[in-house]
Design a protein around this ligand. Structure first.
Ligand code: PLP
Length: 419
């Protein structure tokens, strides 16, 4: 490797979970030979696609189009869109905000890059602070974000068996404490990869514990309410000055438009605005333009509740049914599917590693994500991550049937061989 490259840069020449995932997505995009149960692409939902097509036609029909494509907008996001978001959140969540509380980003991945590096790493008071994940497994994309890579730390989830091959991760509040060097605590809700939804009680406890320490609590709502609202039960979204909310337009079907929304205290928003200005000058306004009218009319809430949420709820039931059919006879558990669009499978005592299973499945034309990528511990000694995989169910029913059959065959083959 080129020794003159920075330490930060050298990390991007090696392997990483996010890179593997995105490379797999690119490979699948150019080929018909794979069943993609791997990546985080949202499903192509025809009703949503036609809504976005009409929204684009409206943008094209007036001068707004030339404004959007021809000029750099504010690095905080388009001023009138900030007002629309503000009113939307006040109307639907009862939040009392001004536009100083809101910034638009080029997708929530970039929101997390900015937030993690604002609160994690060497601080001006000389203390090196960490970003603390209160339970893992947690989103793969948090892994590569910190400029000081050792500043991401995580706590292991408690496993609760909930019967009939089902289990659930919970925060182990007997052990959990906000670390004295925590710059921020962060979790996704629903959780990617597990489909877990932290209960309102767990979230309230985290809000209170971080509040007592004056530590920011970052909540990743990429799959959550009020949009895309891929959450099976109603949840409350907490609001407190130290709570930072990240939203994304990706999972309602606009992943290509790279639009994220951060709600935080004005000081944090100012910093995000400045980082946006330094790293990309201004924000692409197409996502905001497509969603703006749907937010003003609140139509986006109806679409999420009546189209997006039921779509994924049905897929989740179907995917679990197919696994149950094909996995009978072996020891397996599925994480309860409470939201997002993934199934998280655990094969206790799996005789091969998750990575080997991933490779064998890729050779058979099926992509999944190995479980260990979602455990953000250096030198993790826990066997559990190697016994888990993530499967996306945002695919056609036919792809789910064919792909899950192959996954199950491969797991059965190695489990039965070893007995
Ligand atoms: C939990 C979670 N957070 C954040 C993101 C990033 O989303 P985006 O950058 O597309 O807004 C993703 C994408 O898959 C995700 O799953």
């Amino acid at each position: 490797m080129n020794k003159k490259i920075s330490r930060f840069g050298s990390r991007f020449l090696g392997e990483s979970g996010t890179k593997l995932l995105m490379d797999d997505l690119a490979q699948v995009a150019g080929s018909n030979n794979f069943i993609n149960l791997g990546g985080g692409n949202p499903a192509r939902i025809p009703k949503m696609e036609s809504v976005f097509r009409s929204a684009m036609c409206e943008v094209l029909a007036d001068r707004q189009f030339e404004e959007i494509i021809g000029s750099y907008d504010s690095p905080q996001g388009n001023e009138s869109f900030l007002e629309i978001v503000c009113e939307f959140l006040s109307r639907n969540l009862g939040w009392d905000l001004t536009t100083e509380n809101i910034a638009i980003t080029t997708g929530s991945q970039s929101s997390f890059f900015m937030l993690f590096n604002l609160f994690g790493g060497m601080c001006v008071d000389g203390v090196e602070r960490v970003i603390q994940l209160p339970l893992t497994p947690e989103y793969i994309g948090y892994g590569d974000l910190l400029i000081s890579p050792d500043c991401l730390v995580s706590d292991r989830a408690k496993i609760r068996e909930v019967g009939s091959n089902l289990f659930k991760y919970e925060i182990d509040f007997d052990l959990f404490h906000v670390r004295s060097n925590a710059g921020a605590v962060c979790f996704s809700r629903p959780t990617n990869p597990t489909g877990n939804v932290l209960s309102d009680a767990e979230v309230n406890q985290l809000v209170s514990l971080t509040g007592q320490e004056g530590t920011p609590l970052i909540i990743d709502n990429a799959y959550g309410a009020p949009f895309p609202n891929i959450v099976l039960d109603e949840i409350k979204i907490p609001r407190a000055n130290h709570v930072i909310h990240c939203f994304s337009l990706s999972k309602i079907g606009l992943a290509g438009l790279r639009t994220g929304i951060v709600v935080a205290q004005p000081e944090t928003i100012k910093a995000i605005k400045s980082i946006n200005a330094a790293t990309c000058l201004s924000i692409n306004g197409v996502g905001a333009a497509l969603i703006a009218r749907l937010m003003v009319s609140n139509e986006i809430i109806r679409l999420c509740n009546e189209v997006v949420r039921p779509f994924y709820a049905e897929k989740s039931i179907l995917a679990i049914e197919i696994f149950r059919k094909h996995l009978s006879g072996i020891d397996y558990r599925v994480h309860v599917s409470e939201g997002a669009f993934f199934l998280w499978l655990w094969f206790p005592g799996l005789p091969i590693s998750d990575q080997t299973l991933y490779k064998r499945l890729k050779d058979r034309g099926v992509l999944i994500i190995p479980g260990s990528f979602f455990f953000h511990e250096t030198n993790c000694s826990w066997e559990h991550p190697k016994e888990c995989i993530r499967v996306s169910f945002a695919q056609s029913d036919e792809a789910l049937e064919a792909g899950i059959k192959i996954v199950s065959e491969e797991v059965k083959r190695c489990c039965i061989k070893s007995t």
